[in-house]
Design a protein around this ligand. Structure first.
Ligand code: T5A
Length: 206
């Protein structure tokens, strides 16, 4: 397969965006042409879908609609941005991808995992990530970091889901990691930013 495709996954505030920047610097220093992107988002259309999904005023979105909107965003993002960059031999680092759909809409919302797997396959055109870094964080620490960041104002529509939802997300990610031990590397997101970055470099360097 052409290029290098790395995805970062995990619960809210697990440090994905922080580590994405550090990993991008590392790969650039190692002569990769790096594209950093995110889901939902990454194209004009997909960013519009992101806004719809995260706005609190859309709190009555049905789980099925939510799933299809995340999938629509991905189908566009993969075809318009990710595959063209990989085809040119570049590196793509994506903040969240297919495993977020399985964890959030599958394990946490309770939608069919089999259907989500089929939908994910349909969206990615056969190009799964080469490496997935899963930043694992206890739910209590997710809440602590969210509160710190928002200054107590509360988060977006997804962040505002309750404790049971975020616990199911975390456990879902850990189950997915067990099913894909070759691709998914679990990292302890409670460690310092520099220690985590060193572990990331070690995994990707290999
Ligand atoms: N979603 C997404 C679905 O439900 N289904 C899907 O298919 C997809 C693709 C996306 C939302 O959509 C959902 C999941 C999400 O709810 P988002 O804004 O992209 O929304 O949400 P996140 O990816 O969670 O982004 P966050 O910014 O909230 O979290 P990050 O990127 O994991 O964390 P980061 O790096 O911004 O750091 C958060 C805070 O923690 C600190 C940082 O300084 C920052 O304040 N921090 C640390 N503190 C202590 N120790 C460390 N090691 C730290 N690392 C970072």
């Amino acid at each position: 397969m052409a290029g290098l495709f790395i995805t970062l996954e995990g619960p809210e505030c697990a440090g994905k965006s922080t580590q994405l920047k550090l990993l991008a610097d590392y790969l650039t220093q190692n002569c990769w042409n790096v594209l950093c992107t995110r889901e939902p988002g990454g194209t004009t259309l997909a960013e519009d879908i992101r806004n719809m999904l995260l706005e609190k005023r859309n709190e009555d979105i049905a789980p099925e609609t939510e799933l299809l909107l995340f999938a629509a965003s991905r189908a566009q993002h993969v075809r318009q941005v990710i595959l063209p960059h990989l085809d040119k031999g570049g590196a793509v680092i994506c903040d969240r991808f297919i495993d977020s759909t399985t964890a959030y809409q599958g394990y946490a919302r309770g939608l069919s995992i089999d259907f989500i797997n089929q939908l994910n396959d349909y969206c990615v055109c056969g190009r799964n990530p080469d490496i997935t870094l899963l930043f694992d964080l206890p739910v209590e620490e997710t809440w602590r970091r969210l509160t710190l960041r928002s200054g107590g104002k509360g988060g977006d529509r997804m962040e505002s889901q309750g404790n049971a939802f975020h616990t199911a997300v975390r456990n879902g990610f850990l189950q997915i990691a067990q099913q894909h031990p070759q691709r998914i590397h679990v990292l302890d997101a409670m460690q310092s930013i520099e220690d985590i970055a060193a572990r990331v470099r070690n995994i990707v360097g290999k």
